[in-house]
Design a protein around this ligand. Structure first.
Ligand code: PEP
Length: 248
């Protein structure tokens, strides 16, 4: 049995006071949940929220990190710095990072290796654009993204990774992949993992769906055999809607 994991990606939103009120409300709303819950705030709030969520069932994740431990990389945050704050997860290779900040499968791979070395669990984002889907390239694109992202990793490392399948055409657009499309694509990702790392890891690895997940579509998505949770953007910005998603 794979433990469902629902993560909120706040992107470049939220300030201190508002986020502390949010966490207070979320803690009350999701007490006793069986789902693993992760909040990924902007870097400025990582330390504050890590403290505010101590002794709770909420984990904290970063939205990005560099692969080096330190150095002349102005504006970047290292895995050592995240570990210093006791951060649990890090989103790696989000499509917005690939699109606007030049991330490639190669940098994604370096970041995953660095995260694992520092005991930070990566949430690795993969997914196709609308043009790629319409051109019938979804499977080959995913195969390339997953294979390159996980290059050089050992099976025991891969089982601690979470993959987020996020079709770019469904992110922030209000257009959700149907539960069937999301599930069959995630099944295909599991086949890739099986080819690369074997049966057991492909059954153990958790794969989320992301793309316009809302309180009114989470239940159908979570009924699918291969969807182990969600990476939620817009609907994670209010504690009320994110709690409803967690409590699907
Ligand atoms: C995301 O940014 O990872 C995401 C899925 O966003 P949204 O839920 O807003 O589509």
């Amino acid at each position: 049995m794979r433990l469902p994991i629902i993560a909120g990606n706040w992107k470049m939103h939220m300030t201190k006071e508002v986020s502390l009120d949010y966490i207070k409300e979320l803690r009350q709303n999701i007490e006793g949940t069986d789902v693993e819950v992760v909040i990924c705030p902007p870097a400025t709030l990582l330390g504050v929220l890590k403290e505010a969520t101590r002794n709770s069932n909420i984990k904290i994740g970063a939205q990005n990190m560099h692969w080096e431990e330190q150095g002349a990389f102005t504006g970047e945050i290292s895995p050592l710095m995240l570990k210093d704050l006791d951060i649990d997860y890090c989103i790696i290779g989000h499509s917005e990072r690939r699109q606007y900040f030049g991330e490639t499968n190669e940098t994604v791979n370096k970041k995953i290796i660095a995260a694992i070395k520092h005991d930070i669990k990566p949430i690795v984002c993969v997914g196709e654009s609308l043009e790629e889907r319409n051109a019938g390239k979804t499977e080959s694109l995913l195969k390339e993204q997953v294979t390159e992202a996980l290059k050089g990793l050992k099976p025991e490392d891969v089982k601690n990774i979470v993959i987020a399948y996020e079709p770019i055409w469904a992110i922030g657009t209000g257009e959700t992949a149907t539960p069937e499309i999301a599930n069959s694509t995630i099944e295909y990702i599991r086949v890739i993992i099986k080819e690369l790392f074997g049966d057991i890891i492909s059954e153990e690895i958790r794969i989320q769906y992301g793309g316009s997940v809302k309180p009114n579509n989470i239940e159908e998505l979570m009924k699918q055999s291969d969807i182990d949770g969600a990476l939620v953007g817009g609907a994670s910005l209010k504690a009320e809607s994110f709690s409803k998603i967690v409590n699907f």
